[in-house]
Write a protein that binds this ligand. Sequence first.
Ligand code: FAS
Ligand code: PHB
Length: 388
Amino acid sequence: MRTQVAIIGAGPAGLMLGRLLELAGIEAVIIERRSADYVLSRIRAGVLEQGSMALMDRAGVSSRMHKQGLLHEGIELSFDGERHRIDFSALIGRQVMVYGQTEMTRDLMDARAASGALTIYEADDVQLHDFDGATPHVTYRRNGVTQRLDCAVIAGCDGYHGISRQSVPQQALTTFERVYPFGWLGVLVDQPPVAHELIYAHHERGFALCSMRSPSRSRYYVQVPADEQVAAWSDQRFWDELRLRLDPQTAASLVTGPAIEKSIAPLRSFVAEPLRFGALFLAGDAAHIVPPTGAKGLNLAMSDVGSLADALIEWFVEHSPAGINAYSTQVLQRIWKAERFSWWMTSLLHTFPETGPFGRRIQRAEFDYLRGSLAAQQSLAENYVGLE
Ligand code: FAS
Ligand code: PHB
């Protein structure tokens, strides 16, 4: 089998890239390790930047997002029970959209299925070959039979644990990583959100986040030690701990219920450089990871594939290599700005026992500065809604 672009991974990055290429008349085959149902079962991001919303419009898959998504004009920061609202609209005239990654992935999957473009699910032992040579190709095993897909370009959209980045010779890659000493225990519950907007709470017991998926479905997180086990957290223990980390008024308004999903996500900052190796291009979590505190992970993946699609369209349609040659440098500049903001939000809002009382005083000063400075609030706002 032969195609123009072999995309590894049918997460949001792979599906969005496939859609943008298809609309430009460029053929792409997506090879995914898991089943479509498994991909949809993963509960992940919840907030879209305007750039991601625009990409959904460009991909022609945004009607449900505009109908069901919740436009948010700000967020609340809570510091030891004191709340301060960051008003995006007043500060920078822009907003974000609350629309779950699961729904976005479903929209992209449905569009791909409707167009008949090929996605190979449940592909085992995916291997990348000769992406630095004349015959780039991918092999995989399905139903026990090994298949080969020849292509001109391979797009590695297979996430942090994928095969693409691991296929690059060690000496050709430089990685930068910070692993945080904690994770996020997340709960999904079919109850109305505790507030109209997201609440990011810093408390001496640890960070908490009150988010949502719809007016009737909420998403909550608490910071837990990096080695914490989900089994140690009954629903009741989660709700009790969450209340302790919120201001009294919010804690009293919390509507709890049985968790329909409960999981722990580790937190790390990670970047691989460069993002291109001959015919192989890395995008999304395959290239970088951010702690979810800044709501950047999914949005960064979207901006990567928006740039990669433009570069590949320029290459295949206009036969100009300018975009593909500039891809890595251009996209890494944006990645590092998102890494910085996600690290900063994480440093501000989580407890770091190792930094002791001095560290907490610095966090308090940072919050007081934010509360009193329009410039500081504008900086947070423009980073959160997405740098243009
Ligand atoms: P993905 O990991 O989503 O998709 C990669 C795909 O490649 C997967 O379907 C995988 O099965 C497939 N794959 C892997 N190896 C393969 C192989 N060898 N062959 C073929 N296919 C292979 N971001 C936020 O903005 N906010 C959040 O709250 C948030 N929460 C998160 C919670 C968790 C537990 C995790 C892990 C991430 C979270 N993220 C969050 C980040 C997340 O949303 C990612 O940024 C987003 O999924 C990136 O999309 P992709 O790059 O497509 O990678
Ligand atoms: C979520 O709703 O899952 C969510 C929202 C904002 C974040 C992280 C996660 O920063």
